[in-house]
Design a protein around this ligand. Structure first.
Ligand code: ADP
Ligand code: MG
Length: 507
């Protein structure tokens, strides 16, 4: 890779929490098995959100680069990848997982430097990334069709085939993990890939691409085009050789993508935002409930599509719950993600910080502020926002209806079960929800009524690679993870094989 890697024979750079990188690494994108610059020669800067330092530059990909990547992916699909065995694709995914495990600390550090997230969370992300590749490595050999019980003298089959070239556009909150969620199932299905990472966080997947050749990925099977949404994402959506678009990101961009994919009737799957309710009944275990409310929305600085940003609390525990949650929120250590004691890092970019701060101003008008509400005084540098809790929030308030994608909790009181369900579903979104209660009957009643794709009972956020992930309503459609994830990359071909020697009887 033609980047300025760590100089040999010198000690590793200092890992002091606040030391910004002295060198700016020049990354290249990965097309047809090679690291290359953009056709235009243009680059963009990549930052460390904790220090605001420029840590890297990446090629600013445009339509010409997307075209090159899509053609490479198409050639690789027909000439090589389609003809590989499921066993070979499975083994390759296992080797990719091994590389992630072997490079766990290096990749986690890069992820933290580039995204801001606490290093401990980044390390878990690397484990989840490896597990995802392993899951789809195993699933590769379990993709099979059906023999159908048709009435005619015939054998009817439903065969499964890869869709072809998949275009994948991912966000910046879980950079390498989101790449694994999309690349894993695509490769297992036999698709080839053009992946566009978010412009804020392209580094970890480019680092992993250094290993693609060694694990046996033929050139063109996975291509990575760096660049921003309009420059590199939009031409990927409209490229005629791309058969399917898988997108995770904001609802606004999801709508744009769906519209622009309509011209070619391109397949689309969308995992968009949410405003997920985290519902606490008064019979819930109180200590676990308080921790669950905090973890549900402050993990990864609140930059989580399934964040439990609406905390619904039953009236009879409301005051006690607010007090305890606020007291505990004050103990959250905010700081550079590289520091192992950090519980919450900076937000990913100045833009995102500004967006969240603008919602803090809206919240201050709409509800009562209990804690936080601004930029922490201890961190004038870096894109930090305080963990913030608003209470007595009306469910129709903007801070209860609009996705903030930052560390902002809105606490909303409710009276009874019917009230909780009504409030929980009163949002355009339907990605996730959680319910806390020790009453198993109530738990199942509420689970049945919630209109969301992911429901947790007495927990919030654990994400299992075996289980389907995706939303109802404005949170999108299609499912990732599990066997559902691979369906998105498969076509179904009906085959009718006649066994009647004189089948056409009436001519
Ligand atoms: P945010 O605004 O929080 O960054 P986005 O939905 O804009 O969230 O970004 C998610 C991903 O979508 C990123 O990879 C981004 O580059 C990409 N993207 C943004 N705009 C477009 C677009 N018009 N077409 C295709 N991809 C886009
Ligand atoms: Mg955007």
């Amino acid at each position: 890779m033609a980047t300025t890697s760590k100089p040999k024979g010198r000690p590793a750079p200092s890992r002091a929490p606040t030391a910004p990188r002295a060198t700016v690494r020049r990354y290249q994108m990965f097309i047809n098995g090679k690291f290359i610059n953009a056709a235009s020669g243009k680059t963009f800067n990549v930052f460390d959100p904790a220090t605001e330092a420029i840590i890297a530059t990446c090629p600013a990909g445009g339509p010409a680069d997307v075209d090159r990547a899509a053609k490479a992916a198409k050639t690789a699909f027909y000439a090589v990848w389609r003809g590989t065995t499921a066993q070979d694709r499975g083994r390759l995914l296992f080797r990719l997982a091994e590389r992630v495990r072997a490079r766990r600390s290096e990749l986690a550090e890069l992820e933290t430097r580039n995204s801001g997230k606490p290093i401990i969370e980044a390390e878990y992300d690397m484990d989840d990334t490896a597990t995802c590749f392993e899951y789809y490595g195993g699933l590769a050999t379990k993709i099979n069709g059906d023999v159908l019980p048709v009435p005619a003298v015939a054998v009817a089959l439903a065969m499964r085939e890869p869709v072809g070239v998949a275009g994948q556009i991912i966000p910046w909150n879980y950079p390498l993990l989101m790449a694994a969620w999309k690349v894993g199932p695509a490769l297992a299905a036999g698709c080839t890939v053009v992946l566009k990472p978010a412009e804020q966080t392209p580094l970890s997947i480019l680092a992993l691409a250094e290993d693609f050749e060694a694990v046996g990925l033929p050139p063109g099977v996975v291509n990575i085009v760096t660049g921003d949404g309009p420059g590199a994402g939009a031409p990927l959506v409209t490229h005629p050789d791309v058969r399917k678009i898988a997108f995770t990101g904001s609802a606004d961009v999801g709508r744009l993508i769906m519209r622009s994919a309509a011209d070619q009737l391109k397949r689309v799957s969308l995992e968009l935002g949410g405003k997920s309710p985290n519902i606490f009944f008064s019979d819930a275990d109180f200590e676990n409930a308080v921790d669950g409310a905090l973890f549900g929305v402050f993990i990864n600085q609140g930059e989580v599509c399934s964040a439990g940003s609406r905390v619904l609390v039953q009236r009879d525990i409301y005051k006690r719950f607010v007090d305890a949650t606020v007291a505990k929120a004050k103990t959250i250590t905010v700081g550079n993600g590289m520091d192992r004691t950090t519980k919450m890092g900076p937000l990913v970019s100045a833009d995102q910080r500004d967006r969240v701060v603008s919602y803090l101003k809206i919240g201050a008008r709409e509800a009562k502020l209990a804690v936080g509400g601004g930029v922490p005084k201890a961190h004038p540098r870096g894109w930090y926002v305080e963990p913030t809790i608003f209470y007595d929030v009306d469910n129709s308030a903007r801070i209860a209806q609009e996705e903030i994608f930052g560390p902002v909790m809105s606490i909303i009181p409710f009276k009874d079960e019917a009230d909780a369900i009504r409030l929980a579903n009163a949002t355009p979104y339907g990605l996730a929800a959680a319910v806390w209660t020790r009453d198993i009957f109530r738990a199942f009643r509420v689970v049945r009524e919630l209109e969301a794709g992911i429901i947790w009972v007495n927990h919030m956020q654990p994400t299992m690679v075996e289980a389907p992930w995706g939303g109802y309503k404005a949170s999108g459609f299609g499912r990732e993870l599990g066997r559902w994830g691979v369906e998105e990359y498969l076509e179904t071909k009906q085959v009718f094989i006649n066994l009647d020697e004189k089948p056409i009887g009436w001519y």
